[in-house]
Design a protein around this ligand. Structure first.
Ligand SMILES: Cc1cn([C@H]2C[C@H](O)[C@@H](COP(=O)(O)OP(=O)(O)O[C@H]3O[C@@H](C)C(=O)[C@@H](O)[C@H]3O)O2)c(=O)[nH]c1=O
Length: 184
């Protein structure tokens, strides 16, 4: 397992080993003991899986408020995405900054997203399957978001915002400067 740091403290790229052979491959996509040896202690309680049919589908930028805040370990098993996280912890030196990483079934990269970040992605291939573990249960009353196209974030999305495939919910999130639910 390779652990790489990013420009934002705590956001890490984790790439599990893939053992290829004539049948295909085998990979331990998460191993608690290996993680603990790498100094990564997270209690994941829920596994999620989504399918996005269209290229240019954007889901985001999502987070849950305390006490249901979530760290996430995200990956792609089919297709390719640009995955983006925004630091929304007001006291953080990197508040408002983002990290964008391409995750694909080919590069086998996973992104570790700490609590206190808004998270989203844009699909780069049709029928992209996105899998992730989270450290807290889904709680609809704590479900929040940040506008993916907030110009203050400066995210270079691979699709024009007006051509992106979005849920109705994701069209209506506030900008960072209007976010009342940001973390302390
Ligand atoms: C996230 C979630 C949704 N749902 C339900 C609510 C709703 O009826 C349906 C679809 O939910 P959403 O539209 O919120 O799904 P989606 O837009 O895929 O939400 C996800 O986006 C990515 C970017 C994240 O970071 C995730 O944490 C999550 O917020 O699934 C659950 O039952 N459990 C869950 O954990």
């Amino acid at each position: 397992m390779l652990v790489e740091h990013t420009a934002i403290e705590g956001v890490k790229i984790v790439t599990p080993k893939r053992h290829g052979d004539n049948r295909g491959f085998f990979s331990e996509v998460y191993n608690r003991r290996t993680w603990l040896q790498a100094g990564l202690e997270y209690d994941f309680v829920q596994d999620n899986h989504s399918l996005s049919a269209e290229v240019g589908t954007i889901r985001g930028m999502h987070f849950q408020t305390p006490p249901f805040e979530q760290a996430k370990l995200v990956r792609v098993s089919r297709g390719r995405v640009l995955d983006v996280v925004v630091d929304i912890r007001r006291s953080s030196p990197t508040f408002g900054r983002h990290v964008a990483v391409e995750l694909s079934a080919e590069n086998w990269r996973q992104l570790l997203v700490p609590a206190g970040f808004a998270h989203g992605f844009c699909t780069l291939e049709p029928n992209t399957e996105f899998l992730y573990k989270v450290t807290n249960f889904y709680s609809a009353p704590n479900d929040r978001g940040l506008a993916f196209d907030d110009p203050d974030l400066g995210i270079d999305w691979p699709v024009a915002p007006d051509r992106a495939h979005l849920s109705d919910k994701d069209r209506k999130w506030p900008r960072l400067r209007d976010l009342v639910d940001a973390f302390a």
